[in-house]
Design a binder for this molecule. Structure first.
Ligand code: HEM
Ligand code: HEM
Length: 228
């Protein structure tokens, strides 16, 4: 009992530290972005040229973007099915392996994409209005959410019977409920998924606005068309 309480606090502190780093990094990025846009405004660049809008992401960033979108659909489906199957006591080791591997792949792709964006560079902001700034903030938010989702998933596995069950390939160790130290990471994992869905909807609505209302060709930035 005492051990469980200590472990629960340990995970709460770890999660708080992770969220703290995420919030700190977001504020830091927003401050930099704000300074860059202010500079642009002061230089009188109120409208953004077609050339800027058409500046593409590198080929490997585009490939990873669409691969991540496809993988996320699979990971989400597998996670939800697992939760349902566990409730009906029919969850299988194979389901857990698939979810953990696909989730881990999302993490690896996200870290790779972050590395590539620093190496290859990224196109300049599509404009300098408040909405464009928010769009940039949404991009940073997506990176942070994907890392936190994988981290809380890993914590859920390590603090419950899932980790031992997968390592020993023994389905009888799978948990019926997430209790004790696994409670916080499991709830955090669930909540982060809901937040991700909302942020992705905002991101996709932004892309649709550019494509069908502004018709400025911004979608071309995330396309392989014309890239050798
Ligand atoms: C971006 C990556 C990930 C996404 C989008 C994701 C999504 C989900 C979703 C939607 C659920 C169901 C939550 C519920 O309703 O209870 C879930 C459960 C879970 N996830 Fe993930 N996950 C990701 C990565 C991971 C990773 C990397 C691990 C482990 C290393 C992991 C381990 C788990 C575990 C153990 C559960 C509980 C399943 C159960 O109910 O027994 N997840 N995940
Ligand atoms: C059908 C769905 C989607 C469409 C149409 C779409 C479209 C786009 C476009 C056009 C950009 C470039 C925006 C710009 O340069 O201003 C972009 C960037 C981005 N997208 Fe998506 N996206 C979709 C889904 C997703 C999903 C599911 C995620 C991850 C959860 C995601 C994560 C990102 C990130 C992180 C960036 C910024 C890349 C960077 O600057 O490093 N997208 N997306």
């Amino acid at each position: 009992m005492v051990n469980n309480v200590i472990e629960a606090w340990y995970w709460i502190f770890l999660l708080a530290a992770l969220v703290g780093v995420g919030v700190y990094y977001s504020l830091y990025s927003i401050r930099n972005l704000w300074a860059a846009l202010k500079e642009q405004r002061e230089e009188g660049q109120d409208t953004v040229s077609d050339e800027v809008i058409m500046t593409p992401y590198s080929r490997r960033i585009v490939i990873i973007h669409w691969l991540t979108v496809a993988l996320l659909v699979v990971v989400w489906y597998l996670g939800d099915s697992l939760a349902g199957a566990r409730g009906e006591k029919s969850a299988t080791l194979a389901g857990y392996y698939a979810h953990v591997l696909a989730g881990g792949a999302v993490l690896v792709l996200t870290l790779l994409r972050w590395t590539f964006r620093n190496v290859d560079g990224v196109p300049p902001p599509a404009g300098n209005s408040l909405v464009d700034m928010m769009a940039r903030g949404v991009h940073y938010g997506l990176y942070i959410l994907l890392v936190l989702l994988s981290a809380t998933g890993l914590m859920t596995a390590l603090t419950s019977g899932v980790g031992p069950a997968l390592l020993k390939a023994n389905a009888s160790l799978l948990p019926e409920k997430y209790t004790g130290p696994a409670t916080v990471p499991h709830i955090a994992h669930e909540i982060l998924m809901d937040v991700l869905i909302v942020v992705v909807i905002v991101h996709v609505l932004g892309a649709i606005t550019h494509q069908f209302i502004l018709k400025d060709g911004l979608m071309g930035r995330m396309s392989l068309r014309g890239k050798s």
